[in-house]
Design a protein around this ligand. Structure first.
Ligand SMILES: [Zn+2]
Ligand SMILES: [Zn+2]
Length: 68
């Protein structure tokens, strides 16, 4: 697999979008594994997740009422 930005060999894949990322172009971002409860909702977050730096994970979960 190659880096999506420079075509160097990828060190891994972005946790969020699946792009290949090399040592130069990778970044870290917290990854929300799950959200549960209410008042207030709590989330389980993994810090330092491999991130490509290109995609833009939304900071808030998006309601999907059409799936209900
Ligand atoms: Zn790269
Ligand atoms: Zn990404």
């Amino acid at each position: 697999m190659l880096c999506s930005q420079c075509d160097d060999h990828a060190r891994g894949t972005c946790k969020f979008c699946g792009r290949g990322v090399c040592q130069v172009h990778h970044s870290n971002l917290p990854f929300i594994v799950t959200i549960f409860g209410s008042d207030p909702p709590r989330s389980i977050v993994v810090a330092g997740t491999l991130w490509c730096g290109v995609c833009r994970p939304q900071p808030e979960p998006i309601a999907m009422p059409e799936l209900a």
